[in-house]
Structures are given as C-alpha cells and as structure tokens.
Design a protein around this ligand. Structure first.
Ligand code: HAM
Length: 419
C-alpha cells in the first residue's frame, strides 16, 4: 500500500466509532445540565494567537505547533488547544455584551507535534469548557464538578483530582524569584532545558522528568507558600466548595501546567493506570489571558480533556458495553413486484426512525433471513407475491419467531408493533 496514515494519527473505525459517539453524547448531556452552549472555532488560527497565549517559551510554541504559511505568506497554525481560539472568538464577537457570564463548550481535533506514544498523539480529540466572566471561586469548583460528573456518568472511578493554586501574577513573580534562588546553586547538576528555563520559566523546572532535576524538585519551595491573602482565600473557598459538592480531591502544590496563561486554580484529572500519559483532563483559571491577547480584563476558568485517554481508561476499567448498531428491521422481498413494493414501506419505516436494512442482491427467502440473523436484526419485514397481491406484509419477530400479517397501508400500526 502506497499511502499510509501520518504518524501520531489514527482512523476511528466503526468498531470504535460508536463508543466515540457515546462519549460525545454523554458530554453533551453533562454540558447541558450545567448550562453550557457549544462554540465551534476553526481548526487553524493565526500562529501569533497561540504564541501570545500559550507563551513563547512553552513547549507547545517552541516545539509542537504545526505552523504553515498561506499563499500570501501569512503564518497560521493548526490549533494545539482550544482555549485561545475561544477567547479570540469571544472578544471578536463581543460576547461580553450579551451576558455577564458566558458558558461555552467545544469538541474537536487538536494538533501537537510531539513524540507519539500510548495516549499521546499528533492529532487528538479534545472536549472542554470555558466559563467566562466571573472570578467567583464557586465556578472553579463547578467546572471541576462538571468533569467529575462526566467521568461518573461514564462509570470511571479511581480517578484522582489534583488541585493547586499558582496565584496571581504578583504571587507568581515572588515564587519565580524563590525558585531561581533555590535552583541556581545546583545549575551544573541540571539538564540543559532546565538551565535554559531558569530565567524565563522557573516553574517549568518542577515538571522536568530528568531524574537529577526531579530529585531537586522534591525540596523546591512550594507555590502555596507564596500566595498573597486574596489568592489564599480564593483557594480555600474553592476547596470548601469542592467539599460541599462532594468532589474528592487532593492538593498537589507541584502541579505545573504546560501553558503559560494560568492564574490561581490549576487542576488535573489523573488516571494512574495510564502510564506516562496519565492526565485525562486539565485546566484552570486564566484571569490574565483576555488582556494578554488584546481584550479588556475578564476573569475565566475552564478545562479540556482528551477522548483518547478517556477511551483507554474505559478499556482498562473494562467498562465497554453496547456495540455496533443492528437493524431494527431487515426487509425481505421475494420477486420483482415485491422488490418494487417494499421500497416505499422501507422509506416510511426509516422516516419513523427505524434502522431498516435491505440488500437487493439477495433474492431468496433463505439468504435474506440468514443475513437478517447475521446482522442481529430484531424483525424481518417479508413481502412475497401473495402479500403484494393482498396488499399485506408479514412482520416476523426474529427472537420469538412470532409472525403477524398487517395491511401494508397500516404503517403506523406496523411501526408501533416494532417499537
Ligand atoms: P492540556 O493539559 O494541554 O490543556 O490538555 C488537556 C488534555 O488534552 C490533556 O489532559 C490530555 O487528556 C489531552 N491531550 C493533550 N495533549 C495530548 C496529546 N498529544 N495526545 C492525546 N491527548 C492529549 C489544554 O489544552 C487547555 N486548553 C485546557 C484548558 C481549558 N485550560 C483552561 N481551559
């Protein structure tokens, strides 16, 4: 075969696509009960949008963005994440004029040029929510509760919710200074990436997987010791709300998000069974992002999760039930007249929402009933010469083998019989 799928991408084939659809519809239901409405933004945006929002020194911008120039030499990028596009759209469409608080959700492919491995792909499918317009700590807890509910509806337990506060810009400045003081005497023992980052993004050092850097990170100062009074109070309230809302969580002061826009609450949903790529969802507050990309200052919070890691979690927990679709009715036509007469009946049943299978290449009763069986159809609708002559149709329940003959014009009754 000459053509191969690009590395780090995959096809969603029918044996899995039904599950994919179940994830989508479950997420739609959860988003709805929390009052979120869908927003759809383009797959590509101006590169600068991500450079300004994710942070020039972030891995996403430095190493992982799929950039391209168009015919007019403008620089675009396939979106690596969904938050910056939503913020861009919100500002551009003046959504702040419509409501004080806007609750949006999205779903779709994101692209990051990363080294592919289990749970990490170059094209992956994210779902996420953004709540824009309030700094109230209740909403921090609410978006975490929404994701928790989603996982509960999928039957996923044993997921750890880790939360942290990275404080506001002022707290972050003090904390960065403390980290530089802590790490600088150990520079020689650190990896080149960390050596380079100590000036620009010292917090990313806490996230380094190189053993020497990881060991150093253990005794590094904690973010929580550098929160000012209002940030401390905000974090305490988020924890209180989570307690009251019965969402279990642990505080992990070492959470470092890979994107630069976070302020105050940051969180991750971890499934330890997934190995290295164990974060199934992550997010946080980003009160500074609107200003950063050219709007007025608006507080916001959100998260995103990945369908691939959800599916891996569902498979590992052995939670897969259901399967590919089977016909409600298999249409059996015997002879030319029946073949013609059965088509309007099929159209009526499909119009009533039933899945009707019909295969005109099979012409004998035996071959058609065998196919109905093979596809696990619930009913067969049989039309032979006699039925055409008497304007009737036979409906056979393939489980009980019970057969009933109906006038073929009584389609409402036929549909009801098969519900
Ligand atoms: P993120 O942590 O970069 O956050 O990604 C969120 C989730 O997307 C991860 O927890 C993971 O499930 C999935 N994911 C990320 N990269 C990959 C990959 N290469 N392959 C498979 N799955 C992946 C964000 O993207 C933020 N925009 C979240 C957010 C929303 N923060 C505030 N609002």
């Amino acid at each position: 075969m000459k053509y191969k799928i690009p590395r780090g991408t995959f096809d969603i084939l029918p044996d899995k696509s039904w599950l994919w659809q179940q994830l989508e519809s479950t997420f739609f239901e959860v988003a709805k009960v929390y009052g979120y409405e869908r927003i759809v933004t383009p797959i590509f945006e101006m590169s600068e949008l991500f450079e300004r929002s994710s942070g020039e020194s972030s891995d996403i911008v430095q190493k992982e963005m799929y950039r391209f120039t168009d015919r007019k030499d403008r620089s675009f990028a396939l979106r690596p994440e969904g938050t910056a596009p939503v913020v861009r759209s919100y500002v551009e469409n003046h959504l702040d004029m419509q409501a004080k608080i806007t609750k949006l959700y999205y779903m779709g492919p994101m692209f990051r040029y990363d080294r592919p491995q289990a749970g990490r792909y170059r094209q992956f499918y994210q779902y996420g929510v953004e709540l824009i317009g309030s700094n109230h700590p209740y909403y921090d807890a609410e978006v975490i509760a929404l994701q928790w509910d989603f996982l509960s509806r999928l039957g996923l337990q044993d997921i750890r919710v880790e939360i942290n506060s990275v404080g506001c810009a002022d707290c972050a400045k003090d904390y960065d200074a403390a980290l530089r003081t802590y790490y600088t005497p150990h520079l020689d023992a650190m990896c080149p990436d960390c050596q380079a980052r100590i000036e620009t993004k010292p917090r990313r050092l806490l996230d380094c997987k190189v053993p020497a850097c990881k060991a150093l990170g253990k005794d590094a100062p904690s973010q929580l010791d550098f929160l000012d009074e209002p940030c401390h109070e905000h974090f305490d309230q988020v924890k209180n709300y989570l307690d009251v809302m019965k969402v279990p969580f642990v505080v992990n002061p070492k959470i470092v998000r890979g994107l630069d826009y976070y302020t105050n609450t940051a969180f991750e949903f971890i499934n330890d069974q997934l190995g290295a790529q164990n974060s199934i969802a992550g997010g946080g507050r980003y009160n500074g992002l609107f200003e950063q990309i050219g709007g007025k200052s608006i507080p916001a919070i959100g998260f995103a999760g990945g369908f691939e890691r959800l599916l891996l979690s569902i498979e590992k927990a052995d939670l897969i039930s259901g399967g590919r679709i089977s016909p409600d009715v298999y249409a059996v036509a015997l002879g030319d007249d029946a073949q013609a007469a059965i088509l309007p009946l099929i159209a009526t049943l499909r119009g009533a929402g039933l899945y009707v299978e019909y295969e005109p290449e099979k012409t004998t009763m035996k071959s058609q009933l065998k196919a109905a069986d093979g596809k696990s159809s619930r009913f067969a609708m049989i039309l032979g010469e006699d039925e055409v002559a008497t304007k009737t149709v036979v409906i056979k329940n393939l489980l009980t083998k019970e057969q009933v003959t109906f006038p073929s014009s009584d389609t409402d009754i036929i549909v009801e019989h098969m519900q």
